[in-house]
Design a protein around this ligand. Structure first.
Ligand code: ADP
Ligand code: ZN
Ligand code: ZN
Length: 695
């Protein structure tokens, strides 16, 4: 007798198939098992989903159901909790279960036949204790871990209590709040050690793996002998499969990964740590637009294990949860060794004599300060959030500017390879010798990027070794690592870069950090821009004076036209709490998150009218629902860069006082949106972003 099974398969979202599909099997197959099934004319990987197949009137006739083709039974089934996590993510972010379930598995796993899988597992057995991709060459003698500071000891004692909470209650999520250098990482390491010694697996999430090589090294050193794997998108497909299998089979005890690792299969999970929990990289920006930080919290609750969210500048969402007691706030109030935070100096750009065509990004006092560090043999870090030489090329005769023909944006002038490149669609051309419109030979860069800053620094400080790190200099694999190495080894005097250089690195020799022109975020249309800027500046400040003995001399310079701005006043005192208070007050009075819940409906089409028509129709439909009564559906507006690669992009904001009301509306809305898409032929794409980070 054959049985009905539910199988999650990766059906494209537009098919509207959001639930698992029914199949037949001769034998029972355990839920969570990987199978191969037919769909249309294709054969696909699927996962047998927990829960009974459709019964009764709605069920398809058995004759219409197709059989499961093969079972990959060499692999233990995915756990029920893993399936629950996927099911929650799919429902919360409005995607199909199959899409989420299959897209978070290693791509190679979806291609394997049962025989190939068996061969792969055999290969894994041959080199048991040596997970791939971990470059830990000679196991150096294990250094003694440091004695915990009294603050660390207190935090750890609380964490230990949570680790030992009886299995039937979920411990509260912990917000570990402490400035850079306050010893948060040491706390993760100790908590991990305790969870490992209880025979549990540990998951450590980081925003971007190549920006945190030191954390990886520290874990490898502390847990030498403990099988550890990493999971992130820079692995080869074979490495990713191998590492995933190690975790799934329970052989890897420690998993370090980026946002996709929140879905790693960890049958004995005992602890999750999310480092730099405020970082926007935790939000996936396409497909299922999930927040790995939020899913980590959900997963910890499902598994009833502790989760530690660490940051010097927590997201206002997490901060607010700690204020209301939903999260347990544990603080590390000072830097280890008592080191001071660098002194913040706001340089008022208004005090510079106004000359026409100011040509340097660097104020004379900042240059003097840099010169002083140089003479003392200390390093400086200068950052500017714009790569390339200049954001625009401009003809003073006729007003021509280097617009991208495909986007509503300027192409950036890159001097090194003499190109005009669009940072949105990638369109690139050689710099013209003369103005394409009027033939004027004198076309000039407007504004500046990191390339020009590097040039200006080298010219102003002869003899200084200036190095630049940004997306342009690190395109080739391995270049970022070698450039960082050079900074660590003292071969660089001044490091120039984009915000890439402000994250994570434990630079020991830097005593001066300078933000060249961070003001634009103060007046952005995105209500989260100040929060991001504050976090960025605090983090950048944290790069200076990591060495306690240098801390007293360390400085963070901010060149600004608005030195009186409240954000900078809070920065002067390194006062995240004051900043958070004022931001939360503003958010509350404006009804913004965390006091409301948002979703964005985005649409792309060849013409703005087509995108607009779709969104307006969607809005009309939703507004007629009783479920929309307490919600605000704003009119569609163009995105900040409205046209990219010849697609007009519009978005419509939905605001709700509660998560539940928003979810109910989205659930009703989705089938209608699929139907509307079929009616609106001109529409290219649409997507829903729940809890969007960039507005
Ligand atoms: P954070 O993650 O908050 O930036 P870390 O855990 O990296 O802080 O600690 C900062 C520095 O202090 C690191 O070099 C770390 O090795 C060291 N450190 C951390 N805890 C202690 C301790 N209890 N005693 C001595 N050094 C410590
Ligand atoms: Zn011209
Ligand atoms: Zn473009």
């Amino acid at each position: 007798m054959s049985q009905r099974l539910r199988v999650a398969v990766e059906a494209p979202q537009h098919s509207g198939l959001s639930a698992p599909l029914d199949y037949l099997s001769e034998q029972p197959i355990a839920p969570g098992s990987l199978v191969r099934v037919p769909l249309g004319r294709r054969e696909l990987a699927g996962i047998v989903w927990p829960g009974a197949a459709e019964e009764g009137a709605a069920a398809l006739d058995e004759a219409q159901l197709r059989p499961v083709l093969a079972v990959l039974d060499a692999l233990p089934p995915l756990s029920k909790r893993w399936c629950e996590l996927v099911e929650f993510a799919a429902s919360y972010y409005q995607r199909s279960i199959g899409e989420v379930a299959l897209s978070v598995l290693p791509p190679q796993l979806r291609e394997l036949s049962p025989e190939q899988l068996q061969a792969r597992l055999k290969k894994l057995d041959k080199k048991p204790k040596k997970p791939q991709a971990e470059a830990s060459p000679e196991p150096a003698p294990r250094p003694e871990p440091p004695t915990l500071s009294p603050d660390q000891a207190l935090v750890l004692a609380r964490l230990d209590e949570l680790l030992l909470t009886p299995g039937d209650t979920a411990p509260p999520p912990v917000l570990l709040y402490g400035v850079t250098g306050s010893g948060k990482t040491e706390v993760y390491l100790r908590a991990a050690e305790h969870a490992l010694s209880q025979g549990r697996q540990v998951l450590v999430l980081v925003p971007e793996i190549n920006l945190t090589p030191q954390l990886e090294a520290r874990l490898a050193e502390r847990f030498a002998g403990t099988p550890m794997v990493s999971l992130h998108s820079a692995l080869t497909p074979a490495q990713r499969l191998g590492n995933w299998l190690q975790a799934h089979l329970g052989r890897a005890r420690l998993v370090l990964g980026t946002r996709l690792a929140v879905f790693a299969s960890l049958p004995e999970l005992g602890l999750i740590a999310v480092d730099e929990e405020h970082d926007p990289s935790y939000k996936q920006q396409d497909g299922a637009r999930y927040s790995a930080r939020d899913l980590a919290v959900y997963r910890a609750r499902l598994e009833k294990v502790p989760v530690i969210l660490g940051s010097a500048t927590p997201s206002l969402e997490s901060w607010q949860h700690a204020n209301t007691g939903r999260y347990l706030r544990l603080a590390l109030p000072g830097r280890i060794g008592g080191g001071a935070l660098p002194r913040v100096r706001l340089f008022d750009m208004n005090t510079l004599p106004r000359r026409k065509g100011v040509s340097t990004a660097l104020s004379p006092p900042l240059l003097a300060a840099l010169r002083q560090r140089l003479e003392a043999g200390e390093q400086s870090l200068v950052f500017l959030n714009r790569r390339g030489y200049a954001p625009v090329l401009h003809c003073a005769e006729c007003g021509w500017k280097s617009e991208c023909p495909h986007c509503s944006a300027y192409r950036v002038f890159h001097k090194a390879d003499r190109t005009l490149r669009c940072h949105h669609c990638g369109f690139s051309q050689r710099v013209p010798h003369e103005c394409p419109d009027c033939g004027n030979q004198d076309i000039a860069p407007l504004g500046r990027g990191t390339e020009q800053l590097e040039e200006q620094l080298a010219a102003a400080l002869p003899g200084a070794r200036v190095a630049r790190i940004d997306a342009d200099t690190t395109r080739l694999k391995g270049t970022l690592e070698s450039q960082l190495q050079a900074v660590h080894e003292g071969e660089v005097d001044i490091l120039v870069g984009t915000q890439m250089v402000t994250k994570g690195h434990d630079f020991r020799r830097i005593t001066l950090v300078a933000a060249i022109n961070p003001d634009s975020a103060l007046f952005s249309g995105d209500f989260r821009a100040p929060e991001r800027l504050f976090a960025l500046l605090m983090q950048a400040a944290g790069r200076a004076g990591r060495d306690a003995e240098q801390a007293a001399r360390s400085e963070m310079w901010v060149q600004t036209w608005h030195p009186e701005h409240a954000l900078y006043r809070a920065l002067l005192q390194h006062d995240f709490e004051a900043f958070a208070r004022s931001q939360l007050a503003e958010r509350e009075s404006a009804g913004l998150p965390p006091y409301s819940h948002l979703a964005l409906l985005r649409a792309e089409a060849r013409t703005a009218e087509a995108a607009q028509a779709f969104l307006s129709a969607a809005a009309r439909w939703a507004q007629a629902l009783p479920e929309a009564r307490d919600l605000m559906i704003y009119p569609p507006v163009p995105m900040s860069v409205a046209r990219v690669a010849n697609m007009e992009r519009l978005q419509m904001l939905v605001e709700s006082p509660t998560r539940g009301a928003l979810q109910r509306l989205l659930w009703l809305w989705m089938p209608e949106l699929h139907a509307l898409k079929r009616e609106h032929r001109g529409l290219q794409r649409w997507a829903v972003d729940v809890d969007p980070l960039a507005i």
